[in-house]
Every structure is written in structure tokens, then in C-alpha cells.
Design a protein. Structure first.
Length: 264
């Protein structure tokens, strides 16, 4: 069924002794801004959404081989660059109609697809504290070094991160992003970090604790996204948070617009 209303969503992500998103410019340490707030890039969030949706059985275009996909060039080659390629791509791949995609066909102008779902950079509710653990490497590198060179494992002691995003109903009408697709997106957000464990993110160290899901009554929306997101207030109860319960989280609905709230 075609999506007839704008959707806004906000997820509260608990991070405990984990690296939510390594910064390649800082040797893989957790991303922070100039004020010390933790950051997760939108690209990182969309990668995790693609992985969860793939596990749910959706066909995903931007999929690395480790998740059962193929190289992008080979997948793009299945599209005829003639008229209507964008619609065929949207019909086939969930992430194309959701997040958009540029198809670089040789020799022709291909403007690509504008997706219906946008995700903001994710910031922590307050500055985070980083910890480091020294580790040793027992396997030698190609340089022929001797002994056990030292390494560093960096992680966030505790942080509450806030994910914000929207589904544009006008773009959804163009890509075919449906109400069923929106319901699958909601499920993927709730289970964003299921099966995402690694040495940097041990199982249980990251979790979506709460999801706010607003469905407006029109394509343009009843309120601006900024006013919608301002309905949720986060206050720290102590100087050094160690768990989700160290925050006071309040929600005041707007007139005529209430959020569906999902707890983990």
C-alpha cells in the first residue's frame, strides 16, 4: 500500500564498553566531535539497517559478499541502462527505494534515485569518556617484526546515543517505498544491533532501548521534524552515567500527533 503520510523516528541507543563507530582518521578509535560528544555516521547506521533487512529476507543492492551479496558492478550490470532503469531498481532492491542510489552507467547521464528515508548523524546525549585497553598481537606482520607488538582497543565506557530520521512520503511515492516497507524499517530499527557483535562491539554492549515512531496525517507532516524531535527531553541524573537508568527521559506529545513507543 502506498505511503500517504510522513514518518519521523527517534531511537535511543545504549552503548556500554563498545566502539559504536570507529574513526579511520583516528586509527579506529570511537568517533567524537570537537566537544567530546560521541558520533555515529549515517553511513554506519544505514549499513546496519541494510544488514538487518537482508536477514529479514529483503533484496539489498549495497551488500558485501560476507552477507551473501555480490560486487556492485556485477549487480548493476543486471540493469538495462535504458528508459525506466530507476523504477526497475526500486522495484527490486529495498535499499534503493529507501536510501537512494547513483548508478554510474558508462557513456550516459544517470541522475540516480533519491531515497525516501533519511538518517541524521547520531550524537550522544552528553560527552562520552573513552577508555583504552592495551593488547598484544601474536601473529607477525609482513614486515617481519619480532616479538609481540602492542596494540590498542578503544571503547566508550557508557553513552546514550540519539538516532533521528524521517521518511519523506513524496519521495516514497516516486520510489515505491510502501507502508509495508516502513513497517520493515521500524522492525530493523528496533533490532538494529542484533547479530552485529564483534570484538569492538561485544554482544549486548549496544542496544536500541527505545524507539519513538511518529506517523503524521499528511504527506507534508503536521509539524516540522525539529519540533517533533524536541518532544523528547533527555536529562542526566548523575555526573558520570553508567547505564540507561542514569537518564531521565520525558516525552510530551504534540496536539494531534502522538508517538508509538517501542521498548527493548
Amino acid at each position: 500500500m502506498q505511503l500517504e503520510q510522513r514518518i519521523d523516528f527517534m531511537a535511543l541507543i545504549s552503548v556500554c564498553n563498545a566502539n559504536p563507530n570507529g574513526d579511520p582518521a583516528r586509527f579506529g578509535r570511537p568517533r567524537i566531535d570537537s566537544d567530546g560528544f560521541g558520533v555515529i555516521s549515517p553511513v554506519c547506521i544505514k549499513r546496519k539497517l541494510r544488514d538487518r533487512l537482508s536477514e529479514m529476507g529483503e533484496d539489498i543492492f549495497v551488500t558485501p559478499p560476507v552477507h551473501g551479496g555480490d560486487v556492485l558492478s556485477r549487480r548493476a550490470a543486471t540493469l538495462d541502462p535504458g528508459s525506466g532503469y530507476a523504477k526497475r531498481a526500486c522495484d527490486r532492491w529495498y535499499d534503493v527505494r529507501a536510501f537512494g542510489q547513483i548508478f554510474a552507467f558508462p557513456g550516459i547521464h544517470s541522475p540516480g534515485v533519491k531515497g525516501a528515508v533519511t538518517v541524521q548523524p547520531v550524537y550522544s546525549a552528553d560527552p562520552v569518556k573513552l577508555s583504552e585497553m592495551k593488547i598484544t598481537r601474536c601473529i607477525r606482520s609482513n614486515s617481519g617484526d619480532r616479538g609481540n607488538p602492542m596494540g590498542v582497543l578503544s571503547f566508550v565506557k557508557y553513552g546514550l546515543y540519539v538516532l533521528k530520521g524521517s521518511v519523506n512520503a513524496y519521495s516514497a511515492a516516486k520510489t515505491g517505498f510502501s507502508e509495508e516497507d516502513a513497517a520493515k524499517l521500524r522492525t530493523a530499527l528496533i533490532h538494529l544491533f542484533d547479530n552485529d557483535c564483534s570484538a569492538a562491539r561485544p554482544a549486548g554492549s549496544m542496544e536500541v532501548r527505545r524507539l519513538y515512531w511518529w506517523e503524521h496525517t499528511s504527506k507534508s507532516g503536521d509539524y516540522s521534524p525539529a519540533r517533533v524531535f524536541d518532544c523528547v527531553k533527555i536529562t542526566l541524573k548523575c555526573s558520570e552515567p553508567r547505564c540507561f537508568d542514569d537518564y531521565i527521559i520525558s516525552y510530551e506529545p504534540l496536539d494531534g500527533l502522538s508517538a508509538a513507543i517501542y521498548e527493548n
